[in-house]
Design a protein around this ligand. Structure first.
Ligand SMILES: Nc1ncnc2c1ncn2[C@@H]1O[C@H](COP(=O)(O)OP(=O)(O)OP(=O)(O)O)[C@@H](O)[C@H]1O
Ligand SMILES: [Mg+2]
Length: 280
């Protein structure tokens, strides 16, 4: 039996055993355009949630272009490709970064990176749903772009946080992601973070444009989660391989990330209270 067939059989077995849980825990961080700050945001957002006592698993899903290990100054001993190659279970790949903060590393620049299909991604989500009782949230740091595989991932997530910036190209790409989600009948909650802003006003007008276009062209609006200022210390924190939330927790930028965390907790709380128990 080939690997794909055995994965599908395992998927069916778990589904019929009712082990595919769904309680709104998987968050994909995405963007459309590259370089908007997804990895910086994912790592700092995860760290702040963990500091609040919320159990987090962060997964580097930027297939073969991963960099969370560099951002977090950690040496990756095992990585997600071993799950895709069926050499290890997801549990065996989980490393502890801090209290309440676990991580699954990705790979970077492997010549023989395993081909990831919709089925392998489905199998990853089944595995995630089966360990999600150990975590409050599982955060997937995604690759840039809006290809079929990324869209499939976003459609299977409970929340999509679209990290964009005020640049028109980034705004356009964020809108395209929202439009693709809408035309694919996504049931995920779509939340927007405006990163690299010069002012609150710039962030609000950027979100206003995305929201207005979404409402006008497909009758649905994303929710605004907040903004992060352009701050040269972000670059410095990455060079130093330290999380900004830890190295300068009193900074305005750290406060902005904390506000985004607060907004997310409020939105998730309301969503969980209103959501029927469904199986995806
Ligand atoms: N708020 C900010 N202020 C200043 N620079 C920032 C900010 N956020 C991110 N950056 C810079 O933007 C660059 C890209 O950040 P990051 O790698 O997190 O983006 P990404 O969206 O994950 O990229 P990719 O699409 O390649 O995965 C980095 O050089 C980082 O220093
Ligand atoms: Mg990235």
């Amino acid at each position: 039996m080939n690997g794909q067939a055995s994965r599908l059989i395992e998927l069916r077995r778990l589904e019929t055993k009712g082990q595919v849980f769904s309680d709104s825990k998987i968050i994909s961080v995405c963007s459309g355009k590259g370089g908007t700050g997804k990895s910086f945001f994912s790592a700092n957002f995860a760290s702040k949630l963990a500091q609040l006592g919320i159990k987090i698993l962060l997964i580097d899903l930027d297939l073969n272009l991963s960099n969370l290990n560099v951002l977090l100054n950690q040496a990756a001993k095992v990585s997600l490709s071993e799950f895709f190659e069926q050499r290890k279970s997801l549990q065996e790949l989980i490393c502890s970064v801090d209290k309440n903060f676990d991580l699954v590393y990705g790979d970077s620049g492997r010549e023989n990176y395993p081909r990831v299909s919709r089925e392998t991604l489905d199998y990853l989500f089944v595995s995630l749903r089966n360990i999600n009782l150990n975590y409050d949230y599982i955060i997937l740091d995604s690759s840039a772009g809006a290809d079929e595989l990324t869209l499939h991932q976003l459609l299977k997530s409970d929340y999509n946080i679209i990290v964009t910036s005020p640049e028109p190209t980034a705004v356009m790409d964020a809108y395209v992601v929202l439009k693709l989600l809408n035309t694919s009948c996504s049931t995920a909650r779509n939340l927007v973070v405006i990163n690299k802003c010069n002012s609150n006003g710039e962030a609000e007008s950027t979100f206003g444009n995305i929201s207005l276009a979404s409402k006008h062209f497909f009758g649905d609006e994303p929710k605004y989660l907040g903004y992060i200022s352009f701050d040269s210390r972000v670059h410095q924190s990455i060079v130093n391989q330290e999380l900004l939330m830890n190295s300068i927790p009193q900074s305005k930028t750290a406060d902005e990330i904390s506000s985004i965390v607060d907004s997310f907790i409020t939105i998730a709380h309301v969503a969980n209270n209103n959501q029927p128990f469904i199986t995806r």
